[in-house]
Design a protein around this ligand. Structure first.
Ligand SMILES: [Mg+2]
Length: 234
């Protein structure tokens, strides 16, 4: 068990830690899919599915790796490719779809019920940050005012678990890496990343799955509410 008295800053992962990313992503894609099927009427469009759209996005992201880091731009290229797949070459329509997708992608984010109570409890005593490989800016997701800083991999140029992400957070917060506690659902990105820079790691394991990763966190929790106990807030 690590000591936590020296912790000054607590950073949180975003996707699947503060909100259910998969759910909001799929819902937003379904809105875009309905729009494609309204605008493009042919058998390929009728056959298009959300799973295919996700596959297209992932292969476009893999192709653009190292060339484009902005996730909204990658999503735009994915819509261009999706339209090509249904026989349409139309960058303007891809732009429209991207705008529609992103509107829902941010506005429809539903925070897990433990997020606000947890942040309310911690904010008085700790500097709080968001440290994300995604692109959900707090003010776009109903979290305006809760974070003292937000670090996004698309701005840093590398993803967690790269140490540069954690170093950037500490620079922003004005603390040593040993004074940082990082909370996240990913053992590889969050726990291993925090361990690698000597920060205190907290693995959020909401579903209580078995740890088969060989990566050990300093603390394991099922709910963000448990963080108060870790830092001894009654
Ligand atoms: Mg995550």
């Amino acid at each position: 068990m690590s000591t936590i008295e020296h912790i000054k800053v607590i950073s949180f992962d975003g996707d699947m830690t503060l909100w259910d990313f998969n759910r909001v992503m799929r819902n937003s894609l379904s809105v875009a899919l309905r729009e494609i099927q309204r605008r493009v009427t042919n058998p390929a469009s009728t056959d298009l599915t959300i799973d295919t759209m996700i596959e297209i996005r992932n292969s476009v992201a893999a192709e653009l790796k190292g060339k484009i880091t902005n996730l909204e731009e990658i999503r735009f290229h994915a819509f261009c490719r999706t339209l090509e797949q249904v026989g349409v070459n139309d960058n303007d329509l891809a732009t429209e779809l991207n705008t529609l997708y992103l509107k829902h992608r941010f506005e429809d984010v539903e925070l897990y019920p433990d997020v606000i109570p947890c942040l309310e409890t911690l904010r008085e005593n700790y500097t709080i940050g968001l440290l994300s490989n995604g692109n959900s800016y707090p003010e776009r997701c109903g979290l305006s005012g809760y974070f003292n800083f937000a670090i996004f991999s698309q701005d840093v140029g590398v993803d967690k678990p790269d140490a540069r992400m954690f170093n950037e957070a500490c620079k922003e917060a004005g603390c040593a890496t040993s004074e940082l506690m990082h909370v996240g659902d990913s053992q590889r990105n969050d726990v291993a990343g925090a361990n690698g820079v000597g920060a205190v790691s907290v693995w959020l394991n909401r579903s209580g799955r078995r740890n088969g990763s060989g990566i050990e966190a300093n603390f394991e929790i099922k709910s963000l509410i448990e963080i108060a106990k870790i830092v001894n807030i009654p």
